[in-house]
Ligand binder design. Sequence first.
Ligand code: IPE
Ligand code: IPE
Ligand code: MG
Length: 274
Amino acid sequence: MLAFITVRHTANGFWSMLNLKGLVRDGSREAHLLSQVDPQRLPRHIAVIMDGNGRWASQRHLPRVSGHRAGIDSVREIVEISARLGIEVLTLYAFSTENWKRPRTEVNTLMSLLKEYLQREVARLNENNIALLSMGRIEELASSVRQELDAACHRTASNTGMKLIIALNYSGRAELVDAFRDVLQSHPNLQPSSITEQLIEQHLYTRGLPDPDLLIRTSGEMRISNFLLWQIAYAEIYVTETLWPDFRREHLLEAILDFQKRERRFGAIIVNQT
Ligand code: IPE
Ligand code: IPE
Ligand code: MG
């Protein structure tokens, strides 16, 4: 019991030291949730399938693009609180290789919103010491999108805090294909026995980064939709009915608290259990 109180006390002190008070109001539900988060057991990498923008809009009898626009406010909140909490990597699935199948007007709006986000958010990313990175087949995006992306990545490159990775024109299978091509290009005379998990990992878009510990999907679908197929081998999966434009700080804190209750085994058995 004493140990429990000590941990809670430390957690409260820790979070107020990080000045989360600017984001989280005293006495709010967010503050209550935050006081329960154990700073020693945070996920290092959180990956998010941001789903449900269309449903959010249709519930309000609005065009789908209004849902995408509303989703940007969630992105802003989740990025900022993740950085302040001390999450090392936050990966957001923004556009899949399959999303090109959507109507052209929707795709164009998504690309315009992305450019708008990149132009507007760099200052805030810098304030929060966040380095922006992208992953996916970026070379297939329109040049205007690539230019904004390059500029935003460049302008935040020296930040040493959280890495924010935007998955764009991304699919897990395409990533594996690209990785295998890269392996063969780098090692043309490769022997089958030289193919190892470590070698493949070194050629993924996420090379050098920890695998996601926590994978969040909003809007209730129990599927992966081609996201980070290799990297989520041992991720804890959290699916919430909350639609992405409604997913805010308190929802992220709820997901982290749920994660902290999980018993991660990685195939082993728990010590002291026979
Ligand atoms: C997620 O919301 C945004 C993208 C996939 C780009 P959706 O647009 O998929 O929303 P739903 O699933 O139709 O509600
Ligand atoms: C997954 O959402 C892709 C992104 C969030 C970018 P989708 O809405 O495209 O996935 P499905 O079609 O429901 O599987
Ligand atoms: Mg969807």
